[in-house]
Design a protein around this ligand. Structure first.
Ligand code: NAD
Length: 224
């Protein structure tokens, strides 16, 4: 039965917990008197375990890999399409900046779900349970919608959507098996919610919009 409108002012709203109480507790002494070598804000964002960065040989994926190492990650695998020689400079730069970290590379087409599953299983075997997946793989083609080829359209959806789902699913399956929990980040784009006119990229916008909904669906379905 609907509440009387006047009752709404005394209604108790359901509480939402966004993180553990211990991580929300104020730590004024630590923040104000911290040792010169410690860095509490960084500690709050410390990451550990094993990471997979799909598209890690690209610009944003490589920067994200670096950020994970800066925040404490020790084991990371890059899954990407180009050859090992192309990815090599990125891996050697990371290896020399983070000598204690273990970094591996596997060449894989994310739209090939069998190959993705094999690569992800190999990571668990060699590095351990996966704690974080970030998928940066994405392609765009610039063609006017009137002339847009279905080949480019299908390539964008195969890579940006089927690929995103394939890596997310492969990692989720290992997380179910290892029972360790984990985080999955799917990179979309502002183009998934806005038309960046005059960029001619209808397939990119549509595919990134789908990534955004996939993220929402999986967050509810797998997070529950
Ligand atoms: N750069 C931007 O301004 C921007 C803005 C918004 C969103 N994004 C998104 O962020 C992500 C990364 O962007 P970026 O600028 O680093 O792009 P990038 O082209 O530098 O990196 C993309 C990576 O994906 C890889 N890749 C492409 N197809 C693949 C496939 N089938 N299998 C495996 N790997 C494949 C490429 O080899 C490349 O290393 C993309 O998803 C992009 O759509 C980028």
């Amino acid at each position: 039965m609907a509440e009387a409108r006047s009752d709404l002012t005394s209604r108790v709203l359901p509480a939402t917990t966004l993180c553990f109480a211990s991580s929300l507790a104020p730590r004024p002494l630590e923040l104000h008197n911290h040792h010169a070598n410690s860095n509490p804000p960084i500690e709050c964002f410390r990451v550990s375990g094993v990471g997979i960065i799909a598209g890690g040989a690209g610009d944003l994926g490589a920067a994200f890999s670096r950020a994970l190492f800066e925040h404490g990650l020790q084991n990371l695998t890059i899954l990407d399409a180009p050859s090992e020689e192309t990815a090599e400079p990125i891996i050697s730069r990371l290896s020399s900046d983070f000598p204690l970290a273990k970094i591996t590379f596997t060449r894989v087409d994310v739209a090939d779900s069998g190959a993705v599953e094999k690569a992800v299983d190999a990571v668990v075997q060699t590095l351990g349970p996966i704690t974080i997946l970030a998928n940066f793989v994405g392609v765009v083609c610039c063609e006017h919608a009137v002339q847009h080829s279905l080949h480019s359209w299908r390539r964008a959806f195969e890579t940006n959507n089927t690929g995103s789902f394939a890596v997310a699913q492969a990692v989720a399956r290992t997380v179910v098996t290892t029972k360790k929990g984990g985080s999955i980040i799917l990179v979309a784009s502002i183009s998934g919610t806005r038309v960046n006119f005059p960029n001619h990229q209808v397939e990119y916008n549509a595919s990134k919009a789908a990534v955004i909904m996939m993220k929402s669906y999986l967050a509810v379905g797998w997070g529950a």
